[in-house]
Design a protein around this ligand. Structure first.
Ligand SMILES: [Zn+2]
Length: 121
């Protein structure tokens, strides 16, 4: 991400996180390029932030046009990640895992992730 993008994100982080964590998260976000997906679980593990807090931060970043949310279908049985869907109402009720063949209810086998849409240049 560009410095100008990170400067937009900083006040959002600073509202909820302490100074040290804010800087660490900004430093980490620097590595994300346009088109890459952010998995909330990565932030939870890396920075010890609660998952509710992470989703709140990512949601704020989406509001200012840095990120866009997607649903990713993931098989809870074999962890295979399949397609990403932009809108909740585009999700099927259930789907079949292309790896293990298990039929899965979408609600418990999808995860909300965020794509970086802020331009790199
Ligand atoms: Zn599977």
């Amino acid at each position: 991400m560009l410095l100008t993008t990170l400067l937009q994100i900083e006040p959002i982080l600073a509202k909820q996180l302490n100074k040290e964590t804010t800087e660490a998260v900004l430093n980490f976000l620097k590595n994300y390029k346009c088109g890459m997906y952010i998995y909330p679980g990565v932030f939870k593990r890396k920075f010890n932030i609660s998952i509710d807090e992470i989703y709140s931060l990512l949601n704020e970043m989406e509001k200012i046009g840095v990120l866009q949310s997607y649903y990713e279908l993931v098989c809870s049985k074999c962890q295979k990640a399949m397609e990403t869907v932009r809108l909740f109402n585009e999700l099927p009720d259930s789907f079949v895992c292309e790896l293990c063949g298990e039929e899965l209810p979408t609600l418990s086998n999808s995860v909300l992730i965020y794509k970086v849409i802020a331009k790199d240049e």
